[in-house]
Ligand binder design. Sequence first.
Ligand SMILES: *Cc1c(COP(=O)(O)O)cnc(C)c1O
Length: 366
Amino acid sequence: MIKFLDLQSINNRHKDSLMDAFERVLDSGWYIMGAQLNKFEKNFAAYCGTKHAIGVANGLDALILILRAYKELGNFKDGDEVIVPANTYIASILAISANNLVPVLVEPNLQTFNIDPKLIEAAITEKTVAILPVHLYGQLCEMDEIISIAKKHNLKIIEDCAQAHGAMSLGGIKAGNFGDAAGFSFYPGKNLGALGDAGAITTNDAALAETISALLNYGSRVKYENIYKGVNSRLDELQASLLDVKLASLENETELRRKVANRYLTEINNPKIILPLVDFQESHVWHLFVIRTENRTELQQYLTSQGIQTVIHYPIPPHKQKAYEELNHLSLPISEKIHREVISLPISQVMLDEEVSRVIEVVNNY
Ligand SMILES: *Cc1c(COP(=O)(O)O)cnc(C)c1O
């Protein structure tokens, strides 16, 4: 069987260095907020090109803490609106509502799956304070357009980079360095994955970074002095040290993903399949390879019968979820079409050439 994602193989490539890292942390006797975290934060900031990277417990917390910090700093208040793509993973929207802010859903572009910048201005009201673009499936949003809209209307930009570690613009700017702040996830299946939950925030804003650092540690800068009603959302030494090992290979592994994606893009030629539109090589890190087809269930069953695992990202749009009853009345036809038609093919840095060939063959035979 060709697995959708083989996490064991993905981590086994790094087994020796991961074991060494574990031993270093074990032997240090220091497990929270220490040298490993500092080192990873420094290296991840350098990787993204930002002044600051702050480790947090997971990707959802990263987004929650950015929005929360803007509230503490007086930029946002309860009831303010944040523009977000309608077809994102639910976490982007949860971060907004968790802060008593209001998610305003904007339709994506059907070809790229990313928020359509042409539709953003119509969604801006007096209450809008931020745009939260999501580089979905690993491809950068149209950031030039989004940045100029944000400047014109004086809005913050908070990037959701959970799927886009290392995606880069033609000008050499990496995901996480386009806006005011960005949230990353290191969930095991993400392009840079921990062996558990982990996340980070990147920003060039020192005041924001300082506020977030306090919020994630009980709202405290000096031990036992609490300036905010904070939370515990720390990235531990062990995960930080494991991530630091894997960060060193991220660029190589992204190149391996691009090789798989390029083969799919050039060799899949079935009129029933619509391939994703790619802006240019560097803009996409291929967290997922998502195609569209009219009869998705039929295709998925066929692939399963041929021993190929697939996953749907995502089956139910956020505005149709029970958790968001207040959004259930919305009609978002592009997003709904995407949720009906998408299916993700296996892609990773450990896929063998013959596995890729087999997926192509089966998809073309469908
Ligand atoms: C994974 C993901 C998150 C949340 O990350 P966790 O680490 O699972 O909390 C947020 N946004 C998007 C787009 C994601 O894919």
